[in-house]
Design a protein around this ligand. Structure first.
Ligand code: ADP
Ligand code: UDP
Length: 237
């Protein structure tokens, strides 16, 4: 499927039309941003690594009965996906306190939650993606209660699938962000699942293997992304 006209450039990806109006090509960039775009940089090979990691996760989820926008990986940096109307809600699932949750609630990073925590954020760069609740979502007509029920159940199911898979690879899934969109009237999982959008810690050493290495200037950023891809795919045909 050939790329046609350029449609949109975000912070980490570019979107292109294809000959089929229901499909778009996502091209993953090496650009990295943090703190709502205040910190900018490049992570060597990130585009290629995230494309491969996200493709792997979408295929794993499909095998477990979770549909997504993913159609196929096209090249090192490109994937073919169903074109979604992305909902303005970002969904974060957390197993262990870190990042903004630690700050907001005064929990030391690494504190396990007794059950998974689900949070919603308003996808709006100008406002810095503020946290919202279901009442805001319905009042602002960002999604319906039925859609949020599907999104919540799917996020928790994805959490179980990924946590279980990653445990075998000695990776802890601390938290992750998902985006959903509308496709032919139904809600479908979209965007990406990668070290840009998840926190992964080495189970033994608790070493961070995700974008926190970039956010916090810890060094070894692309090496961490490479390590995630290696562990995910080691022993997989
Ligand atoms: P951002 O700067 O918003 O973080 P990215 O560069 O990560 O954006 O991604 C580009 C945009 O593509 C995002 O707004 C994301 O919601 C959107 N997107 C992801 N998957 C799809 C899809 N299947 N169809 C249309 N847009 C999508
Ligand atoms: N996250 C993301 N995009 C965002 C905000 C958060 O992918 O715009 C991910 C982040 O990588 C982490 C989880 O969501 O895995 C929770 O992030 P947190 O709220 O702690 O935000 P942070 O303070 O790290 O920006």
């Amino acid at each position: 499927m050939d790329k046609k006209e350029f449609l949109y450039e975000g912070k980490a990806k570019r979107i292109y039309a294809t000959a089929d109006p229901s499909l778009v090509v996502v091209e993953y960039k090496d650009d990295a941003t943090a703190f709502n775009g205040e910190k900018k940089g490049q992570i060597t090979n990130k585009g290629m690594l995230n494309n491969k990691i996200a493709s792997f996760f979408f295929e794993l989820l499909a095998a477990e009965g979770i549909p997504s926008h993913f159609v196929q990986q096209l090249s090192e940096r490109e994937m073919l996906v169903k074109k979604l109307t992305i909902l303005k809600v970002e969904v974060v699932t957390r197993n262990i306190a870190a990042g903004s949750l630690s700050k907001r609630l005064g929990l030391a990073e690494g504190t396990p939650m007794s059950r998974p925590v689900l949070e919603f954020y308003y996808k709006d760069d100008d406002l810095g993606d503020p946290m919202i609740n279901e009442s805001h979502i319905y009042a602002m007509e960002m999604a319906t209660p039925e859609q949020i029920q599907y999104i919540s159940e799917t996020a928790l199911r994805i959490n179980e699938i990924l946590t279980g898979y990653l445990k075998e690879k000695e990776i802890m899934l601390i938290d992750f962000k998902l985006e959903f969109g509308l496709y032919e009237g139904s809600v479908l999982l979209g965007d990406e699942i990668s070290p840009d959008t998840c926190r992964f810690w080495d189970a033994k050493t608790k070493e961070k293997l995700d974008k926190d290495r970039f956010r916090r200037d810890l060094g070894g950023v692309s090496e961490a992304y490479e390590e995630i891809l290696k562990r995910l795919t080691d022993g997989v045909k």
